[in-house]
Design a protein around this ligand. Structure first.
Ligand SMILES: Nc1nc2c(ncn2[C@@H]2O[C@H](COP(=O)(O)OP(=O)(O)OP(=O)(O)O)[C@@H](O)[C@H]2O)c(=O)[nH]1
Ligand SMILES: [Mg+2]
Length: 449
């Protein structure tokens, strides 16, 4: 989860609103102060924080809620809207219009370029594009092999030559090579020998001149916080075809500062990096991001993920429906757990469901891969009847299943508890209703208002 700490702080500010009896000026001011503190702790620029919170306070005190919306809901909505505007308002997706579309990535040393390129390749191949990667990093000896190793499992080809010393020549040869191969997208990785933006922009210009990119992507390390402003600003001034990816937003205390600083330059943030794995890249959509950050749930993100998954594993629409509605037996859970492992950690998936957010007890969502494997072993020792209708599993059956699977009665009961918890959690979710609600408000489930 990106900006987890900031999200928790903002969520608890809004929860204060939900818990208190009447909404008055003092309460609004207190909530605004909490929001201020949360943003400052995430290294958001002081001036930007003051501007933002002043606007929130003014609107919350002066605007009348439209009919059908409570005053509290209205304040939540204002916070949601203003934070969304703060981060750029609209999503600017990466577009692949021409074949091949050439993308050039730049960024200072260690910002996450090479990892991000592998993630981008994954993102694009999942959507049916054929991708070729060009390594022009002549600086670090291992660079070519690093990229190759990252994308080997997803079957993406890397052009490079660890013995060649001329980065510009490599860029040109690589692009020509993939043009000949008829790929849809060519992504060029560059060396990260720069520590500041001056050298970086110089190199970008040199390589741009030979590869003629459709888009230059600046990769910024999110852990540098509001300092990201200078990089983004210099980059924006240097190229009209630039977009930005902010990485390492998982676990960084300063991520909010980096994101807001980049947004303040007006340069479009297209993706964010939220982990080291190849799937840890998310298209950046301010609306969706803020609703998830506030713990309001992200039903659209979840549905999109299901959609992606169903393309990959041919998961049927009715399975997804069944899963969301909680009408599933142990056999379904078995299939869904497998599917969820492919989607990424369960925690991430569950956080996108409105109504769960942070309010869920940790141990209900933290199902490690190890545990999932054990669950499967246990299920293999169950009869068809037990898998179809887990309610028949009584004490003596538990003992038999534990014996058969080489586990303990406690572990079998743990599986059943997990099953019952999941069934209960998903039972109340009505896909259509939630999608409608999410559209209207960004989903208020997590707050209980
Ligand atoms: N936690 C986390 N780590 C990341 C993320 N993106 C990249 N990293 C890590 O950051 C480190 C540097 O990543 P690279 O992709 O090698 O960075 P680079 O910009 O290509 O580095 P140079 O080519 O040496 O300039 C690696 O350890 C990555 O695993 C992210 O989104 N989250
Ligand atoms: Mg690199």
């Amino acid at each position: 989860m990106a900006l987890e700490r900031l999200g928790k702080a903002l969520n608890s500010a809004l929860k204060k609103l939900a818990r208190s009896g009447t909404l008055d000026e003092a309460l609004i001011k207190e909530v605004v102060r909490d929001i201020q503190r949360a943003l400052l702790q995430s290294d958001v620029n002081v001036r930007l924080v003051l501007q933002l919170t002043k606007k929130i306070q003014e609107r919350a005190l002066n605007e009348k809620p439209p009919s059908g919306v409570t005053a509290k809901e209205h304040v939540v909505r204002i916070v949601y809207e203003e934070l969304t505007n703060f981060l750029g308002r609209e999503a600017v997706p990466l577009e692949i219009k021409e074949r091949p579309t050439i993308l050039l990535t730049v960024g200072i040393q260690g910002s996450g370029k090479t990892t991000t390129i592998a993630k981008l390749a994954r993102h694009l191949t999942k959507r049916g594009y054929k991708v070729g990667l060009v390594c022009t990093d002549t600086w670090r000896p291992g660079a070519y092999f690093q990229l190759k190793q990252l994308v080997e499992p997803i079957g993406v080809e890397v052009f490079g030559d660890p013995n060649e010393k001329d980065a510009v020549k490599l860029a040109k040869d690589g692009v020509d090579y993939f043009k000949g191969k008829g790929v849809d997208v060519i992504i060029v990785d560059t060396a990260g020998r720069h520590k500041d933006e001056t050298g970086l922009i110089e190199e970008m210009k040199q390589i741009s001149a030979v590869v003629n990119p459709h888009e230059v992507i600046l990769v910024i390390d999110g852990t540098i916080g509001q300092q990201a402003y200078h990089q983004a600003q210099a980059f924006k001034e240097a190229t009209p075809i630039g977009s930005i990816i902010v990485t390492k937003l998982d676990g960084s205390a300063k991520g909010g500062g980096a994101l807001s600083a980049v947004a303040a330059t007006g340069a479009p943030i297209k993706f964010i990096g939220v982990g080291e794995r190849i799937d840890d890249l998310e298209p950046f959509d301010p609306k969706r991001f803020v609703s998830r950050l506030l713990g309001l749930g992200d039903i659209e993100g979840l549905l999109e993920k299901f959609e992606e998954l169903s393309q990959e594993t041919e998961l049927k629409e009715e399975d997804v429906e069944k899963f969301l509605r909680g009408k599933f037996n142990l056999k379904d859970m078995y299939a869904q757990l497998e599917a969820m492992q492919k989607m990424g950690p369960l925690q991430k998936v569950l956080q996108m469901i409105p109504g769960l957010g942070y309010s869920l007890p940790d141990d209900a969502v933290k199902v490690g891969e190890e545990k999932l494997r054990r669950f499967r072993v246990i299920m293999d020792s169950m009869t068809e009847e037990e898998l179809e209708n887990p309610d028949v599993i009584n004490y003596s059956r538990i003992k038999r299943i534990a014996r058969g699977s080489g586990t303990s009665a406690r572990e079998v009961r743990e599986l059943l508890t997990q099953y019952n918890q999941m069934r209960k959690m998903f039972k109340n979710l009505d896909k259509r209703k939630l999608a409608k609600m999410a559209k209207k408000f960004g989903g208020f489930g997590g707050l209980g208002i």
